[in-house]
Design a protein around this ligand. Structure first.
Ligand SMILES: NC(=O)c1ccc[n+]([C@@H]2O[C@H](COP(=O)([O-])OP(=O)(O)OC[C@H]3O[C@@H](n4cnc5c(N)ncnc54)[C@H](OP(=O)(O)O)[C@@H]3O)[C@@H](O)[C@H]2O)c1
Length: 198
């Protein structure tokens, strides 16, 4: 398959890229500063331009999405807006603009995270953003068929424990290889409207 992978140079994106290449897919990698193509997916005009450049693909996979982490009392309206722009609207734009560029039975795979289900202190904006993306995935699935859409919703990555471990006390981490396999499940499988918890 020809696959557009956004956020391909990050921790998760690198693991997903490696897994997809091993499975003989043709992967076009995107980030703001690296990969095959440089675009900022928080700008809908750049997302439209990205698809014009790339043309038709069988799958779009997102491994990008930034949200601010702060104690609830310190989170400003601007912080919530940043979370919505950075993780929700960016991924919605990838779907909206991608509808005419993804093959009829092709798929979108978005990234969310455990904070939808299991809140942590300082994670309110992230929980809000992840929950919004998961609700969007379920809603979009019933309208875009036969194209498909799923989300991958991992807990903290084993490989990120050195940075984020203290924020997830007692939570079992997940190796990036397992998260990458959830993307394969979404891309190569037939399910839609699913939230995969690797
Ligand atoms: N880390 C964890 O334990 C964990 C757990 C569950 C879920 N997640 C979620 O997984 C996703 C990836 O996390 P990560 O740790 O792999 O992050 P990361 O290492 O910071 O990688 C982010 C990737 O996305 C790209 N990117 C960021 N903003 C972009 C934009 N506006 N447009 C285009 N590309 C952009 C970055 O490259 P450039 O900087 O060059 O743009 C990079 O390739 C995030 O949504 C995160 O919330 C992470």
């Amino acid at each position: 398959m020809r696959i557009l992978l956004v956020g391909a140079t990050g921790k998760l994106g690198t693991a997903v890229h490696q897994e997809l290449v091993e499975r003989k897919h043709d992967v076009v990698t995107v980030s703001r500063t690296g990969g095959d193509l440089q675009y900022d997916v928080t700008d809908p005009a750049q997302v439209a331009e990205l698809y014009q450049t790339v043309g038709q693909v069988d799958a779009v996979a997102s491994a990008a999405g930034s949200v601010p982490f702060k104690p609830l009392a310190e989170l400003t309206v601007q912080d919530y807006q940043a979370a919505v722009t950075g993780k929700v609207l960016s991924q919605i734009a990838l779907v909206k603009e991608g509808l005419t560029h993804v093959t009829p039975h092709g798929s979108f795979t978005l990234i969310t995270g455990v904070l939808t289900r299991e809140p942590i202190v300082t994670g309110a904006a992230a929980s809000l953003a992840n929950g919004a993306v998961e609700a969007f995935v379920r809603a979009a699935a019933i309208e875009i068929a036969p194209q498909r859409i799923n989300a991958v919703s991992p807990t903290v990555f084993t490989e990120a424990l050195d940075v984020y471990g203290a924020f997830f006390p007692g939570m079992k981490p997940v190796p990036l290889a397992d998260v990458a396999r959830a993307y394969v499940r979404s891309i190569e499988g037939r399910q839609t409207g699913q939230i995969y918890v690797p």
